[in-house]
Design a protein around this ligand. Structure first.
Ligand code: PMP
Length: 404
């Protein structure tokens, strides 16, 4: 099957925007959903809606089974050792906040150090800043070069016996850089530190194997991989999660509650207080089944070709400046054209039916690095085509003429 054929599975793509066919290039923000995922959500509410884990009745058991099957699907998808290592969260942001809180409370003390990189999304910076302030831990920053590649020598030098954890994006949501997370895991582990990988922008585009990376924690969002909003995943090595304090208290995360002392449930439930998004988890599993059928390797290859085509095509444009020139890139292409403000460019493209994102992309330190306010960002999915990139090219040229 050609990837163009997948378009028929995504009803939203048939829309016209201002009388023009929709060209959706904002996939790094969120992806569109295939019919099978939409139907899964609908059918779950039609046929099996009941709260999970707590009921003896038929519907509750059915919903529980679907939620736990979804956990197994995620385990298999990222090759975790056990489904106990899969915690459902609201998304990447909540997953990182969970680790920053629970890991911080359990393992960090005054004088310890956490390392993040200059290319992180705010959701892999701010939770660490909050934890560092609370625990009097020092936050250090590893920088990237003009091509958008991390300086691993600097990272090695920053890492020492005080380092507790390195937090790094697998793929940058602005630069598209694929970071060498396996090597970074070795750097962290050699110093006795741990590695958290923000996989929000890698899981939709690359085959991920958390055991091969040897990540201690790995986070991603369902809505960026064709699943629904409101569901995401934290993977954590079982022996670490076992030791970590719970993140939130409430129903389901307990074993026994008395006013004198409460004991906590076993993994993974210890970290899933309250009613989880059990419809979302089921729909996420459906999305993962969908991409599995296409094959992550095929997706990666197709999207790589699209990205290269876009780069070659757009580089023909006068005044085109790309941000992120690392040899290994995925998913996104950020740029500015001459001195056209990204917001103006985005607004003109919008009127032509082309959805791109403009601004700082929740990565203000990346903007500061280049001394800019923002960029235009196009981000790709397997349902995008080279013809759409040609439409984008024409749109940019038109915008340029308007500003001349
Ligand atoms: N990390 C990266 C690299 C991202 O691109 C995003 C989403 N833009 C996030 C984290 C946060 O994801 P979410 O908003 O789904 O929690």
């Amino acid at each position: 099957m050609s990837f163009e054929e997948t378009r028929k599975d995504f009803p939203i793509l048939t829309q016209q925007i201002y009388g023009k066919p929709l060209v959706y290039f904002d996939n790094a923000a969120t992806t569109q959903k295939p019919v099978c995922v939409i139907e899964k959500i609908k059918n779950a509410y039609y046929e099996q809606n009941a709260n999970i884990h707590r009921g003896v009745h038929f519907l509750s058991e059915r919903a529980t089974e679907a939620h736990e099957c979804a956990r197994k699907k995620v385990q298999q998808f990222i090759n975790a050792r056990s489904s106990n290592e899969i915690i459902f969260t609201r998304g990447t942001t909540e997953a990182i906040n969970l680790v920053a809180f629970s890991f911080g409370e359990t393992f960090c003390k005054e004088g310890d150090e956490i390392i993040v990189t200059e290319m992180e999304h705010h959701s892999n910076i701010v939770p660490w800043q909050m934890m560092c302030e609370r625990k009097k831990v020092h936050l250090k920053v590893a920088h990237f070069d003009e091509n958008g590649m991390l300086n691993l020598d600097e990272l090695r030098k920053l890492t020492n016996e005080n380092t507790k954890l390195i937090a790094v994006a697998h793929v940058s949501n602005v630069l598209g850089t694929v970071n060498p997370v396996k090597e970074i895991a070795q750097i962290a582990h050699a110093a006795g530190a741990l590695l958290l990988v923000d996989g929000a922008q890698s899981v939709p585009h690359l085959q991920v194997d958390v055991q091969d990376i040897d990540a201690d924690f790995f986070a991603f969002s369902g809505h960026k991989i064709y699943g629904p909003t409101g569901i995401g995943v934290l993977f954590g090595k079982e022996q670490l999660l076992e030791k970590m304090q719970p993140y939130q208290g409430g129903g389901e995360m307990i074993q026994k509650v008395t006013f004198e002392k409460t004991t906590y449930n076993e993994l993974p439930f210890k970290f899933e207080a309250g009613t989880p998004d059990f419809i979302g988890s089921t729909a996420l599993a459906e999305a993962l089944n969908y991409v599995d059928k296409l094959g992550m390797k095929n997706i990666a290859q197709y999207e790589h070709d699209l990205l290269e085509y876009a780069r070659i095509r757009l580089s023909e444009i006068d005044g085109m400046r790309f941000f992120g020139n690392a040899p290994d890139r995925s998913g996104v292409l950020s740029f500015l054209v001459g001195n056209i403000h990204p917001y103006d460019m985005g607004s003109i493209l919008d009127k032509l039916g082309i959805a791109v994102r403009t601004g700082h992309h929740c990565a203000q330190p990346v903007m500061d690095h280049f001394g800019i306010e923002g960029t235009v960002r196009t981000s790709f999915a397997f349902y995008n085509t080279k013809a759409e990139i040609d439409t984008l090219f024409n749109g940019i040229v038109r915008a340029q003429k308007m500003f001349r």
